[in-house]
Every structure is written in C-alpha cells, then in structure tokens.
Design a protein around this ligand. Structure first.
Ligand code: PGA
Length: 249
C-alpha cells in the first residue's frame, strides 16, 4: 500500500505569528514519522516561511488555490509558477468553499488542474455533494460530473490526488458514516480506474475528520488519507491524526 497522505487545510486562519508556532509545533510532534506523507496548506502569506522552515523535515507545503495563467494582469491572483518559486509542492483545487463562495465551476477548476499539473505541482482535486444532492439521491451523478468535467483532457495522473469532501460534513462536526465513505470511495476509485486504467491515485476523505474518528476512517478500503480543516489548526490534534495514520501503515 502507498503511504497515507495527511493534509492540513488551514483555510483563512492564523496570522504569521501564531502560524509560526503552529508549524514549529507540528514539525516537533511529527518528527519521528517517516511512513506518512504529511502536508500543510497555510494561507499564501505564510507559504514562503512554511516551506523554508519545513525544508529539513518530512512535511510538504501546499497552497489552497491558484490561477491557471502563469503571470499577467490578474489582480489578486497567484500562479502555479509563484507557488513553485516559494517551495510549494501541492495545490488544493476545487474546494467546495471556492465553488460555493467564489463561484468556481468545473470548467474553471479544469483549467486550474491542467495548469497546476503542467507546472509540476501535485494537485488535490476536491469533489463532494451537498446535503440536498445526497438527499435527492444524486450523489453519484454529482461526483461523476465533477470528476468528468474537472479532469477533462487530463492524461497524466501521476501527480493527482482526489479529496472526497461531502459539503454537509465540512466544518459541521458531522462526519460521513463508514457506509457512505465505503460506497463513495469505491465509486470514485472505479471511475478513476475506468478513466485512467490501473491507477494509484490517492483518494482522501475530508469533512470533520479528527483524532476521535481518524482510525475508523483511515481503515476503510480506498481511503488513502485525510484532508483536515478545523483539526489541523491544533498541533496536537493534527499530529495525533498523523500518528494514527503511521500506526496503520
Ligand atoms: P473540516 O474541513 O475538517 O473543518 O471539516 C475540511 C476541509 O474543508 O478540507
């Protein structure tokens, strides 16, 4: 089995002062772990510091978004080239908050995925259904559409990771049941195998993952790690999840 990937998505939280403490605490608390891929995705303003301070550690640094153009008159945007230049190796794309709050659709996410992969970054593509989509029995259709459209014209999947994040489980304290995770990860894995042939694409679970539920989630077939929001803002919680992943490796 390939290594678990445990990724922290800090969202728009922390200032550089408390971010430094958080990252240094995580470095210390995870220093013994070498059998898990650990990733932190702080806000843009902390990326340069974060990648420098983690250089000698087993932690990778990623951004939470990027734009598909390499440079130019795109006020407020950040390109993949810029992320590479500050030592990022990952970027999260298509997060449900980007889709819901900032109006990103699959077509835009697809351009971003292609551009980020072309620039050599690892991409974590987020997909997931809303509560009403699940209740109306549309989950698989929604996931299929997100995968099909966001991955259009993507041929090389070697730097691609998928995060399944049911929108109703993000930041709500509601975690998807094991049955839902089994069924959905199986569906996504089958899609990826049909689309790419034999695939080693990791499928992360995200949505109120925390130390208390990490073990049961990580034990599920086709779950290759977690994308963790709230619990990644506490060094002990995040490091504990990394340790749980290590104990299952
Ligand atoms: P959460 O967020 O762990 O706070 O639910 C997960 C995410 O949005 O990536």
């Amino acid at each position: 089995m390939s290594k678990f990937l445990i990724a922290g998505n800090w969202k728009m939280n922390t200032n550089i002062g408390n971010a430094k403490k958080l990252i240094n605490d995580i470095i210390k608390e995870t220093s013994e772990i070498d059998d898990v891929d650990i990733l932190l995705c702080p806000p843009y303003t902390h990326l340069f510091y974060s990648s420098q301070i983690t250089e000698a550690s087993n932690i990778s640094i990623g951004a939470q978004n990027s734009y598909f153009e390499p440079s130019g008159a795109y006020t407020g945007e950040v390109s993949n080239e810029m992320l590479n230049s500050v030592g990022c190796s990952y970027v999260i794309l298509g997060h449900s908050e980007r889709r819901a709050i900032f109006g990103e659709n699959n077509e835009l996410v697809n351009k971003k995925v292609i551009s980020a992969l072309d620039s050599g970054l690892n991409v974590i593509l987020c997909i997931g259904e809303s509560e009403s989509e699940r209740e109306s029995g549309n989950t698989n259709n929604v996931l299929f559409g997100q995968l099909e459209e966001s991955l259009a014209n993507v041929n090389d999947n070697s730097n691609l990771t998928i995060a399944y994040e049911p929108v109703w489980a993000i930041g709500t304290g509601k975690t998807a049941t094991p049955e839902i995770i089994v069924e959905t990860h199986e569906f996504i894995n089958t899609y990826l195998s049909n689309r790419f042939g034999n695939n080693n694409i990791k499928i992360l679970y995200g949505g109120s993952m925390k130390p208390e539920n990490a073990e049961s989630i990580l034990k599920i077939n086709n779950v290759s790690g977690g994308l963790i929001g709230g619990a990644s803002l506490n060094s002990e919680s995040f490091s504990t999840i990394c340790k749980i992943a290590s104990s299952l490796s």
